[in-house]
Design a protein around this ligand. Structure first.
Ligand SMILES: Nc1ncnc2c1ncn2[C@@H]1O[C@H](COP(=O)(O)OP(=O)(O)OP(=O)(O)O)[C@@H](O)[C@H]1O
Ligand SMILES: [Mg+2]
Length: 466
């Protein structure tokens, strides 16, 4: 029945339309045939993963049909076409969950299925990528190994420094307030502490302010919200992921989950307890990261330390992934900032962590900046800057951006729930994080400049200014 050019189709259509769909797709000469009639979504997913079809025709209202299910079918190489005959079409919702094509009637189905399955896998990926909207706001993932090297501190200070905008003397093109002119109003509201914390506050460096979202995707020790004195009882990030499941995520909805907590910085708070990790599904977060590119010039993501993929631990590759939030953030990032602690144990973990990062099975951008935080002679001996840099060059082949130990400044921040520029403007750590922000900008600028030198570690060598 199925010749090489006949497209095998899985069918999960509800109600009397199912018989019409099967008949229509099975008509000789259409180049399609139904290989499996599925009663529900689990049966459809099992058939897709068993390789029984190249396309799936589903009712737009099929219970459980969401981003995760569509992503699973895509992974199995199955294109998803929704049959949506309702007078009020749900085109936006279907597009938001990643459906490839929509037919408004059974008569349209054959041509939609043929069109979608005619795309090569590369063309299909390209179509998905262009609809995902690359080239807008940038994503920076802050990662580091276990041992509390300062991921959260770096993420907070980096977000604040990016929001301050580039120094007036150096504004790399491609990213900036002008990149997302229509979103400025969404960042003008003071959220956490009332008047005086919003748009009117003078920026530390007087540059053109940019819009930043700080997201807490650490599912082991989430603490951005409490660290900034925000209420901890609901997770903005989990709320945004839930919103993805119920329909298209737009920037206004996303902004509602992310109150302004620092000048120019919205915060998507993390899950309050590690036990809630399953709420941050990989597919849901992917949609949130892409929508954030529309909301903000920069998204800074604080991630957890563990990089293991669950496939290594378990053969059930369909179970929720314990580290999906971290791995997905790294995969979505335009720049990865790797943070290690400036002591012998921390440096050893950093070197191993860089190896682990290189071994992550998902593609992660090679654009990385290494930060050694809490640098102090008391832990690494005299000349800490040169000894740390030469150790990293020797054992990991990288140079590092150095952030000095500044217990007085950071403790003042912890006590007041504020960023360094507010509570310790003269802090040496704050200055170092400001320089780090410039390096992030520079890296993105180099990347978006045609014919620029694209060494994987560009921007790292000679980066120490701490
Ligand atoms: N440069 C610094 N100087 C002094 N103290 C610092 C510095 N950076 C971070 N700290 C302090 O180190 C502690 C750990 O920092 P932070 O919470 O940022 O680490 P983390 O890597 O996010 O840890 P976790 O694994 O708990 O998520 C905090 O008390 C913070 O105030
Ligand atoms: Mg942390």
């Amino acid at each position: 029945m199925t010749g090489p050019s006949v497209v095998p189709v899985l069918c999960a259509v509800l109600g009397p339309a199912e018989a019409d769909v099967v008949r229509s797709l099975g008509t000789s000469g259409t180049g399609t045939t139904v290989t499996r009639r599925c009663a529900d979504l689990p049966e459809l997913l099992a058939s897709a993963e068993a390789g029984s079809g190249r396309a799936a025709v589903v009712s737009a209202t099929l219970p459980g049909l969401g981003r995760d299910a569509v992503a699973r079918m895509h992974e199995a190489g199955v294109r998803v076409i929704a049959l949506d005959e309702a007078p009020e079409p749900s085109t936006d919702r279907l597009a938001a969950i990643g459906v490839d094509g929509v037919a408004r009637s059974v008569e349209d189905l054959v041509s939609v299925v043929r069109d979608e399955t005619a795309l090569s896998p590369a063309a299909a990926r390209g179509k998905a990528a262009s609809s995902a909207g690359a080239g807008k706001g940038r994503i920076v993932a802050v990662w580091g190994p276990v041992g509390a090297p300062g991921r959260t501190t770096t993420a907070i200070e980096l977000a604040v420094a990016l929001a301050a905008g580039p120094p007036v003397t150096a504004r790399p093109g491609g990213v900036g307030r002008s990149a997302l002119p229509g979103r400025r109003g969404l960042f003008g509201r003071a959220g956490r502490r009332g008047p005086g914390r919003g748009d009117g506050l003078r920026t530390p460096r007087g540059g053109a302010r940019e819009q930043v979202v700080l997201a807490d995707a650490d599912t082991y020790g989430p603490c951005v919200a409490p660290r900034l004195g925000m209420l901890d009882d609901s997770s903005g990030l989990a709320g945004a992921v839930r919103a993805v499941g119920t329909g298209p995520l737009d920037v206004e909805t996303l902004a509602r989950h992310a109150p302004v907590a620092l000048p120019g910085v919205r915060v998507l708070g993390g899950i309050g307890r590690p036990g809630r990790w399953a709420e941050l599904s990989g597919a849901g977060l992917d949609a949130v990261w892409e929508c954030l590119r529309d909301l903000a010039d920069w998204t800074v993501i604080d991630t957890g330390p563990i990089l293991e993929t669950d496939e290594v631990l378990s053969y059930d590759t369909r179970a929720p992934q314990r580290n999906a939030a971290t791995l997905g953030a790294l995969a979505a990032a335009d720049v990865v900032v790797v943070v290690g602690s400036g002591d012998p144990i921390g440096l050893q973990r950093l070197v191993r962590g860089l190896d682990d990062l290189a071994a992550v099975p998902h593609p992660v951008t090679p654009d990385r900046l290494v930060v050694v935080n809490r640098l102090r002679a008391a832990a690494v001996g005299a000349n800490p800057r040169s000894s740390v840099r030469s150790a990293l060059t020797r054992f990991a082949g990288v140079d590092a951006h150095l952030v000095p130990d500044d217990p007085a400044g950071l403790d003042a921040g912890l006590l007041s729930g504020r960023a360094l520029f507010e509570c310790a403007p003269g802090s040496p750590a704050r200055a170092a994080f400001g320089h780090l922000a410039e390096q992030v900008r520079q890296l993105v600028h180099v990347r978006t400049t045609p014919h620029a030198d694209r060494s994987p570690w560009v921007g790292v060598t000679g980066s120490s200014r701490a």
